[in-house]
Design a protein around this ligand. Structure first.
Ligand code: DAH
Length: 342
């Protein structure tokens, strides 16, 4: 049989076999018969050497046709069978997979609501760095050099070669200093942020938590403005009928200083679990900004006065949700934190 006859026969065989392929295995067997080095087509290629020169174009063309036929048949078979083999039968009666929507963390929700209320009262929002220096966290806030709050027990210091005054801020009052240094009165700002204290973690306290600081500086700002602002805020945020109590207190950066309590929004002052049976809830520390602080931040205390306040966000979340272990807010168990929708 001449090579031409062989190729004509092979063409027929391949065309017929291509029709018979019904699985990925058939396709592979087809490939191994025809399209590998020891296959039928390559055997014909090797015989090309002995074909007379003038016949080569005709035989070569035929050979190419046979190879194209085989390759196309293989490609078609692979397309068809490899794909269908990997697709599992679809059971359209199965229930669909639910898509669960995420929820905003209760701390973020609370900060957002607090920011919304204060901004609607005319306050701007400012932020400062978590890694601070002694000057912003303590010195400019009128903490004496030997004030116990600077003690190693409370403050996380940061190792920076050549410096011993770098620390993680222990309160957001550090941002007050930055705001006063960078803005001219009138200043109306709230400053939410994370703060850090070297405290044992327990159901009531964490080493890392959130605070919101408030600051209002202008000509003629008085304690009456502080009272009015805090009461207006708390009546919107907690309870429209709240009563208030201003207790004297001490902070180095305010004079006079106070702590502000509100009648318990749950029991209306009768005593319950949330207010620990006292009828009162502490809402914030506050006071009139100390003249030394204004001066240290470049504001003339003879011309301007102002008030400041600050409170912990986690405590607010615990009061509002009734959660009794602060650590639950940080374990990120969606069964807990997913329960609180805005
Ligand atoms: N910085 C205080 C703290 O961490 C909270 C505070 C109290 C902030 C009174 C103030 C303030 O601005 O006037 O406990």
């Amino acid at each position: 049989m001449t090579l031409i006859e062989q190729l004509q026969q092979l063409h027929q065989v391949i065309a017929a076999e291509a029709e018979q392929i019904t699985s990925a295995d058939d396709a592979e067997a087809f490939r191994l018969r025809h399209l590998v080095k020891k296959g039928t087509i390559q055997a014909c290629v090797e015989q090309m050497r002995s074909v007379a020169k003038e016949d080569k174009p005709v035989v070569g063309k035929l050979l190419n046709q046979v190879r194209d036929l085989a390759e196309q048949a293989l490609e078609r078979a692979r397309d068809q069978f490899s794909r269908s083999a990997s697709v599992e039968p679809l059971d359209v009666t199965l229930p669909g997979r639910g898509v669960s929507a995420g929820a905003i963390h209760p701390i973020t929700q609370t900060v957002d609501r607090l920011v919304e209320i204060f901004t609607s009262m005319g306050f701007d929002v400012a932020e400062g760095p978590d890694v601070e220096d002694d000057a912003h966290n303590f010195e400019h806030l009128n903490f004496a050099p030997d004030h116990p709050a600077r003690d190693m027990q409370d403050t996380f210091f940061v190792d920076v070669p050549g410096r011993d005054d770098v620390l993680l801020r222990t309160h957001t009052s550090s941002v007050q200093v930055r705001v006063m240094q960078n803005m001219k009165p009138p200043i109306r700002c709230i400053m939410p942020g994370r703060v850090y204290r070297n405290e044992a973690v327990s159901a009531r306290s964490l080493a890392e938590f959130h605070q919101i600081e408030g600051l209002y500086i202008d000509r003629g700002v008085s304690m009456a403005d502080l009272k009015g602002t805090i009461m207006a805020f708390a009546r919107r945020f907690y309870d429209a009928h709240a009563e208030f109590r201003f207790r004297t207190s001490y902070f180095p950066f305010t004079e006079p200083s106070c702590e502000i309590d509100m009648s318990c929004f749950l029991c209306k002052g009768n005593g319950c679990r949330i207010c620990k049976h006292s009828g009162w809830l502490e809402i914030c520390g506050a006071g009139m900004v100390h003249p030394n602080v204004l001066r240290a931040c470049g504001i003339d205390p003879d011309e301007y006065s102002g008030f400041a306040f600050g409170f912990g966000v986690e405590r607010v979340v615990l009061m509002l949700t009734g959660i009794d272990d602060i650590r639950l807010l940080y374990e990120n168990d969606v069964r807990v934190i997913g329960q609180f929708t805005p």
